[in-house]
Design a protein around this ligand. Structure first.
Ligand code: ZN
Ligand code: ZN
Length: 141
């Protein structure tokens, strides 16, 4: 990837950086309780890229949690500064979720859905003019 990437970013301390060669396949705002606890706020803004489109430099630490689906969701952080960076799900091999807030410039983020609306706190308002789902909608085919 020597060309200008579609997007790039990294953690707070600079130990971990990433570059995405192409636009994400899906983007969403997630209000699930797991995202709330892992992020420390009302939702996570996530962009799901093809694994082969994302180059990651630096060491990350991953922590596993079982999702509602029964799949294992692994959340990756910078072990030096604690920044939340990536997500991988055992039910979706070949896909890496990027925490959009780690982007150098996140102006490209255009979520297609708000998921886990059922646990959205009243004080955390995300995008309102896109489909909202009480939990997780069925995966696209
Ligand atoms: Zn860091
Ligand atoms: Zn979530």
């Amino acid at each position: 990837m020597t060309d200008t990437p579609f997007a790039s970013g990294g953690c707070l301390c600079g130990a971990v950086s990433w570059r995405a060669a192409n636009p994400p396949a899906r983007m969403a705002q997630c209000h699930c309780r797991d995202c709330q606890r892992a992020s420390g706020t009302g939702h996570m803004s996530l962009a799901f890229f093809k694994e082969e489109d994302v180059a990651i430099e630096g060491e990350v630490t991953g922590y596993d949690a079982t999702a509602d689906s029964g799949n294992i969701n692994t959340r990756y952080f910078c072990p030096r500064c604690g920044s939340r960076l990536f997500t991988r799900n055992s039910g979706r091999p070949g896909v890496v979720g990027v925490a959009v807030g780690s982007s150098a410039d996140s102006g490209w983020f255009a979520p297609g859905a708000v998921v886990y609306e059922q646990s959205r706190p009243a004080w955390d308002i995300t995008t309102t003019d896109i489909p909202h789902f009480e939990t997780m909608p069925p995966p696209p085919r």
